[in-house]
Ligand binder design. Structure first.
Ligand code: GDP
Ligand code: MG
Length: 162
């Protein structure tokens, strides 16, 4: 039985791009307009000889009212069915109200959480990522899912918590 890792976060932070980067294919649907990811899609992944399942989440209604509540509910559901959670934020934006709602959900779990500070495309973004220490979910993993920056260290840390 492979460990299940849920990838959660609000629309447009780069969850599907991250999933594609990890699985090495372009199967997860990436879209500039938030909301296109089907509810949940599972992919087989492997790093350093460790195999696991990655669950890409999404599926909220476009422009729906209460987006933050939908994101938090989705995160909670995914978290309950997973062994570990990758919580993805856009480091260039920082933590929004919707992100804070997910943080509240994740603080209540005993499951391991890896905080992913995405869109750190160059070294200038490292400071943005460091700001996310304040969320109290441990060390922000600064990555660029688009370019692959920081991916190796992040995946080493993921494997360590599985
Ligand atoms: P999702 O809604 O969280 O699944 O986000 P997507 O993976 O669909 O990405 C949303 C947008 O962010 C797309 O335009 C991506 O190309 C862009 N994006 C994702 N990761 C990165 C990154 O590391 N750096 C930059 N600059 N853009 C990114
Ligand atoms: Mg997506």
């Amino acid at each position: 039985l492979l460990p299940v890792v849920a990838v959660v976060g609000r629309p447009n932070v780069g969850k599907s791009t991250l999933v594609n980067r990890i699985i090495g294919r372009r199967e997860a649907v990436v879209e500039d307009v938030p909301g296109v990811t089907r509810d949940r899609v599972t992919y087989k992944a492997e790093w350093s000889g460790h195999r696991f399942l990655l669950v890409d989440t999404g599926g909220w209604e476009r422009e729906a009212k209460g987006m933050a509540a939908q994101v938090a509910a989705q995160a909670e559901r995914a978290m309950n069915e997973a062994d570990a959670v990758m919580f993805v934020l856009d480091a260039t934006v920082g933590a929004t109200d919707a992100d804070e709602d997910v943080v509240k959900v994740l603080r209540g779990t005993k499951k391991p959480v890896l905080l992913i500070a995405n869109k750190v495309d160059d070294s200038r973004g490292e400071a943005d990522a460091a700001m996310l220490w304040s969320l109290g979910l441990g060390e922000p993993q600064a990555v660029s899912s688009l370019q692959g920056r920081g991916m190796g260290d992040m995946l080493d840390n993921l494997i360590a918590i599985l």
